[in-house]
Write a protein that binds this ligand. Structure first.
Ligand code: PBG
Length: 313
């Protein structure tokens, strides 16, 4: 009876798998703070993409981790056609074609030696407009590599418009833009910083949103839509379900939510201690995010959860 009258259902195709690929490693490297998640080699990334696809997952969001020596102030590895992310996009497209939506993180933090999402001005602050020029170039190399969707995650003002124009200029009108619309400055990104070997000292409070503010998200949303966002995202997911519900109620584009590294780590850690029923907790967090209005959910449990859903559990 509960099954029959359930208002919310999850399906494997609601899920998107975020995945890390690291340059110059021969074996996958486990991420300590995210048990079960690894930095992939190019080869294991291809396998993970195939597995996700076979499990019915809808998409994969790729993050590149360059060799430390390749990080610099401008994050040039992020716009090098032979940079790790571009190479990985080509690998994954060659493997899965159009069977999985291939998405890429469009941000400089993985590639800068200071770890910020943008380039810095002389006074050490992130230079919004100089960063936009870098993002335009990133969008073009990622599109040339064959990505279906770019995900600008740096929270610079005007980034969606600039990325859209950059793509259209080179004839990549078909590449979609997933806007990180409401991205809060969150403590729950902690494990991700290990995952991408971030060099960041300090925080991102000058460009990510204040957890105290909700209305600001609606302003960000209006701007992103005006600038041409095809899909919008709220991040983190669990602590921001109110924002997600409000965004979902006010737009007619698909809405995504990103269940981030810290949300993953908390459940895994509690489960490891035997304090929580792991599978039930995973299912409940995903259902909650779906119920709040997310059409798509980015989750590190995507493949596992999709398999369980297909098995009817
Ligand atoms: C920025 C970016 C971050 C995440 C995705 N894109 C980190 C940040 O803003 O500090 C976090 C994802 C996660 O925590 O799982 N490129």
């Amino acid at each position: 009876m509960r099954r029959m009258v359930a208002e919310t259902r999850l399906h494997p195709s609601d899920l998107i798998l975020p995945a890390f690929v690291r340059e110059g490693i021969a074996e996958p490297v486990p991420i300590q703070a995210m048990p079960g998640v690894v930095q992939h080699t190019r080869d294991t990334l291809r396998k993970a993409a195939v597995e996700a696809c076979e499990a019915g997952v809808a998409g994969i969001m790729l993050f590149g981790v360059p060799e430390d020596a390749k990080k610099d102030a401008l994050g040039t590895a992020g716009t090098d056609p032979e940079g790790i992310l571009q190479v990985a996009i080509r690998d994954v497209r060659a493997e899965v074609g159009d069977d999985l939506v291939v998405m890429s993180d469009l941000c400089l933090d993985e590639y800068t030696d200071h770890g910020h999402c943008g380039v810095l001005a002389a006074d050490g602050r992130v230079d919004n407009d100089a960063t936009l020029e870098r993002y335009a170039e990133m969008a073009q190399v990622q599109a040339d590599a064959g990505v279906h969707v770019v995900g600008p995650s740096g929270m610079m003002d005007g980034q969606i418009g600039v990325v859209r124009d950059a793509l259209d200029t080179i004839g990549k009108e078909d590449v979609s833009v997933l806007a990180y619309t409401a991205k809060y400055s969150s403590a729950f990104y902690g494990p991700f910083r290990e995952a991408v070997g971030s060099s960041l000292r300090g925080d991102r409070k000058t460009y990510q949103q204040d957890p105290a503010n909700a209305r600001e998200s609606l302003r960000e949303l209006a701007l992103d839509l005006e600038e041409g966002a095809d899909m919008v995202m709220v991040k983190p997911a669990g602590p921001y379900l109110d924002i997600l519900a409000e965004v979902a109620a006010s737009v007619d584009v698909p809405v995504a939510a990103y269940q981030i590294s810290g949300e993953y780590a908390m459940v895994e850690a509690a489960a490891e201690k035997g304090w929580i029923d792991r599978e039930a907790a995973i299912a409940e967090t995903l259902l909650g995010i779906r119920r709040a209005g997310a059409r798509m959910i980015l989750t590190y449990w995507a493949t596992e959860a999709a398999r369980r859903l297909s098995a009817g559990r």
